[in-house]
Design a protein around this ligand. Structure first.
Ligand code: C2E
Ligand code: MG
Ligand code: MG
Length: 564
């Protein structure tokens, strides 16, 4: 490999001279060290500069040329922001021309006939370096800590590299430190900085060996652009060593997301966003230090983007359908229909039926959830009143409330309006709040729920047993009903301890006079155990799956007496 096509950046120099022999001489001197382009007049020079302004390192400019001379070129360059900063060395044999050109912005001059090649090369190198250093100083200010490129500079260089090595296979790698905030919190910021520097040093080492470039993207995220590798063990281990050398507890690890052999026809930032996605897929996971962006992730990303794009149409065309899963009271001899939970489904025109487990987390991340939930809440209000008209009973229905919803200033008004509009008593409209929202320990959540309760709404704590709530929280939080999650019940048939745990929860709830709903009951035996332990209400496939509106209506028709 010549120095031009190694990982060092290829530097581009434009030689502008109307005389072919002069172009040839300079070309011969420069071509061993630089990529040389040529122009034979001023206009051609400006055109070339504009086309390659982002990669051009230097212009060697003859002053005496027909039509447009070197001065005019300098003048044009000064008035064009994209060309202003490119250093120019003027080529002249005229006395006095040096001063004039330096005043006009030239960086240096070479007099004809030319000096020895070494002198020319030295002056060229000097001008390029001077230019790069000033650019570097300006743009790396932001990362004085690690000395790595900052993101703008980095992307710019990646793009230049790819533009001029279109056939080189490259990998985009994103590196993140797991729970970096904990390192700062436990050991102090100074130590945190030390870790960041250790990672940077290892990355520098990697690029010295393999080529490529690295940057600190933000606090604890690093980007690496390297010639394509088949195996990532060595690379990742090489970087990890840097961290394990200073953090000995073995708890803190790095995660790597790799977009392998990137698609260079796409923007470099997009290529890195895919590597980032791979990196994020490892969040919270304990096994595997790196993930490679693959077609599955790509499909998932495409599907997510599509779902977000289709959301508004989905709402306006009523593709979202509310299903109702009945809950049965098992206190008496025979189970009786007591209420239902509203669960959303999306009948997507292309993907078919999509479950909320897929789209709810997506919409929670970008705020669309509020609109969707309000759509469901209104729909449920309408449905309760329709059933009331038909069968003369109010069946209680619970709706799911996302933790994001809680913080809307008009939440309470919205619910109250539904009751007013559809003439529903508040105690037939129940709100399910997931347990993990309570662990946010937010005063606002507690206040809002207290207000809603005071208005007569019933509050259910959903998914109890999946988060970290302690049992004593139950006595202080505003809750009317406890919904025990499926995961909590999973082993009650085979495991006596699991059974004991459920018994304990039921006892405490009983003591606090709080009814318990057991969710996800699938087997007859589970039902019998729960009944024996004193559980009040059961929701699960054992009795019924979530039903579309028409089927729920049919069930209600048969069992209206249950709810009377
Ligand atoms: P969730 O509120 O805990 O709802 C219970 C989930 O358990 C439902 O899943 C239900 O279909 C499922 N399930 C019920 N019985 C059984 C059973 O016996 N076995 C098994 N394996 N599963 C059972 P689904 O409908 O897929 O909903 C998943 C989650 O999506 C819900 O969990 C809830 O957190 C969320 N969700 C659903 N609809 C809405 C909505 O309108 N708004 C919001 N914010 N979240 C919703
Ligand atoms: Mg629920
Ligand atoms: Mg639940």
């Amino acid at each position: 490999m010549s120095s031009k096509d190694t990982n060092e950046f290829v530097k581009f120099v434009l030689v502008v001279d109307d005389e072919e022999i002069n172009r040839e001489i300079l070309g011969m001197i420069l071509e061993g060290s630089y990529e040389v382009m040529y122009a034979s007049d001023g206009q051609e020079a400006l055109d070339t500069m504009r086309a390659f302004s982002d990669i051009l390192g230097l212009v060697l400019l003859d002053i005496m040329m027909p039509r447009m001379d070197g001065y005019q070129v300098l003048e044009e360059m000064q008035s064009d922001p994209s060309l202003q900063k490119i250093p120019v060395i003027v080529l002249t044999s005229e006395k006095g021309a040096e001063i004039k050109s330096l005043k006009m912005g030239a960086a240096d001059f070479l007099t004809k006939p030319y000096d020895r090649p070494e002198v020319i090369l030295a002056r060229v190198r000097h001008s390029i370096e001077l230019y790069e250093n000033t650019t570097l100083i300006q743009s790396t200010e932001n990362d004085s800590l690690t000395g790595l490129y900052n993101r703008e500079f980095f992307f710019n260089y990646c793009e230049r590299y790819t533009k001029h090595n279109p056939d080189a296979a490259m990998d985009a790698v994103v590196i993140n430190i797991n729970r970096f905030h904990l390192i700062n919190a436990l050991y102090g910021r100074h130590f945190g900085d030390k870790v960041l520097c250790a990672v940077s040093n290892r990355l520098r080492h990697v690029i010295q060996v393999r080529g490529g470039m690295a940057c600190r993207y933000d606090a604890d995220t690093f980007y690496l652009y390297v010639p394509h590798l088949e195996d990532y063990e060595e690379l990742t281990n090489n970087v990890i060593i840097g961290v394990t050398e200073i953090i000995k507890d073995g708890d803190t690890r790095l995660r790597f997301g790799i977009n392998s052999a990137i698609d260079t026809s796409m923007e470099i930032e997009e290529n890195f966003s895919w590597a980032l996605q791979a990196c994020n897929s490892l969040r919270g996971q304990n096994s595997g230090t790196y993930a490679i962006y693959d077609s599955e992730m790509k499909e998932k990303a495409v599907r997510c983007a599509r779902l977000m794009d289709d959301f508004e149409t989905g709402i306006s065309e009523r593709q979202f359908k509310v299903y109702y899963q009945p809950k049965f009271n098992i206190k008496g001899n025979e189970p009786r229909l007591s209420s239902a939970e509203a669960l959303i489904r999306w009948e997507h025109p292309v993907y078919g039926m999509i479950s909320p487990g897929e789209f709810i987390p997506l919409f929670e991340d970008n705020g669309l959830i509020q609109k969707l939930d309000r759509y469901v809440w209104t729909e449920v209000g309408r449905q309760i009143s329709e059933w009331h008209e038909k069968y003369g009973v109010y069946i209680s229905v619970s709706v799911n409330v996302s933790r994001v919803d809680i913080y809307a200033h008009d939440l309470i008004d919205f619910f109250v309006n539904i009751l007013t509009e559809y003439g529903i008593p508040a105690d037939h409209y129940m709100l399910e709040i997931t347990e993990s929202a309570y662990t946010d320990n937010s005063e606002q959540l507690v206040n809002t729920l207290q207000e809603l309760r005071a208005l007569g709404f019933w509050i259910e704590m959903d998914d109890f047993g999946t988060g970290y709530s302690s049992l004593n929280m139950l006595s202080v939080l505003p809750i009317d009903i406890l919904k025990v999650d499926k995961a909590f019940l999973s082993n009650i048939i085979t495991d006596a301890r699991a059974r004991k745990m459920v018994e304990l929860v039921l006892d405490i709830a009983d003591f606090m006079e709080m009814p318990v709903v057991a969710e996800g009951v699938e087997k007859e035996e589970e039902y019998h155990i729960l009944k024996k332990l004193g559980c009040d209400v059961i929701q699960g496939y054992y009795f019924s799956k979530p039903l579309p509106e028409a089927e729920m209506t049919k069930l209600l028709e048969e069992r209206a007496d249950d709810v009377r």
